[in-house]
Design a protein around this ligand. Structure first.
Ligand SMILES: NC(=O)c1ccc[n+]([C@@H]2O[C@H](COP(=O)([O-])OP(=O)(O)OC[C@H]3O[C@@H](n4cnc5c(N)ncnc54)[C@H](O)[C@@H]3O)[C@@H](O)[C@H]2O)c1
Length: 288
């Protein structure tokens, strides 16, 4: 384990003087390396597209052996277009030494490339739908282990590297609207509890890490059509009506909908934003 971080000096008044930047340049991620966990498929790979389109190099981590198609080929095409790079590494976010070694290597390579490790999107997560009266406690633990502890391990090691670099950075945790509401008709108590924990983790770590110039925020998707939700809809097609019941914009989310909100939180454009939840749910939580 790396030594404890001890430099907790408050920023001097001079460091509060902000340079001015145009809005497009504030939203650019050019010159940065960004990591996306769960970047092998679904929402994660779409967020990696958004990162590359914003000018950054991206490293996708996933427990999968390899990223899925056609998302990966599209990502590589975007890299050519935007003159950046994308790479994939197998990494289990619940394995602390795996995460520590992987992120340390990525940060070193990013430094050598001249595009420092400046942000991470913790998107890896798992879902399970079981009635509470029948929920096996080992299954409940497994959901918490990945969605809560795995997310914490990811944030902790990213933050250590950002603090050591003295450049700070931005951490985006992918939570869910289900961390704030109970989804009517769905039996997902472990998942919902895990995402509520991610919201509180964000506030708690924002309170600790602002002193290092590290911002941490959550993005909370509503229902999004990905492999995760498609698997549920295939086995229980009637769930679709439940998903649509709160869809104020008349549709479910697409992974594309989360690119710009996530890039905003990663970018200098959100430099005074930390400890918040950015809910992107098509209005679902606005109506009972
Ligand atoms: N799809 C939705 O409707 C929805 C809604 C709200 C929040 N979310 C959240 O968005 C995130 C992405 O979900 P998705 O819909 O793309 O699901 P997905 O299953 O398609 O993608 C999740 C990815 O995480 C990876 N993963 C799982 N465990 C891992 C581990 N231990 N280490 C590393 N990688 C691991 C999986 O292999 C997969 O590639 C999740 O955190 C999920 O909870 C999804």
């Amino acid at each position: 384990m790396a030594p404890a971080i001890t430099d907790t000096r408050a920023p001097s008044p001079a460091s509060q003087v902000q340079e001015t930047h145009s809005v497009p340049s504030s939203l650019s991620l050019s010159g940065k390396t960004i990591v996306v966990t769960g970047g092998g498929r679904g929402l994660g790979i779409a967020l990696a597209h958004g990162v590359v389109e914003s000018g950054a190099h991206v490293v996708c981590l996933d427990i999968l052996e390899a990223p899925t198609e056609p998302g990966w080929s599209t990502l590589l095409k975007l890299c050519k277009e935007y003159n950046t790079t994308a790479s994939f590494r197998r990494c289990d976010i619940t394995n602390e030494s795996d995460v520590a070694n992987t992120l340390t290597t990525i940060a070193k390579e990013a430094e050598d490339r001249g595009a420092p490790f400046s942000g991470i999107v913790a998107c890896a997560g798992i879902q399970q739908k079981v009635p509470g009266l029948e929920y096996d406690s080992a299954d409940f633990d497994r959901i918490l282990r990945v969605n809560v502890t795995g997310t914490f391990i990811t944030a902790k090691w990213a933050a250590r590297l950002m603090a050591e670099s003295k450049r700070g950075g931005s951490i985006v945790l992918v939570a869910s609207m289900s961390g704030q509401i109970a989804n009517r008709g769905l039996t997902c108590s472990a998942y919902n509890s895990s995402k509520a924990a991610v919201h509180q983790m964000c506030r708690s770590l924002a309170q600790e890490w602002g002193q290092y110039g590290i911002r941490i925020n959550t993005v909370s998707p509503g229902y999004v059509l990905t492999d995760m939700t498609n698997a549920l809809l295939e086995t229980e097609p009637e769930v679709y009506q439940k998903f649509m019941a709160g869809a104020l914009l008349g549709r479910l989310g697409e992974p594309e909908d989360f690119k710009a909100p996530t890039v905003f939180l990663l970018s200098r454009g959100s430099s005074y934003v930390t400890g918040i939840d950015l809910r992107v749910d098509g209005g679902h939580c606005a109506a009972a």
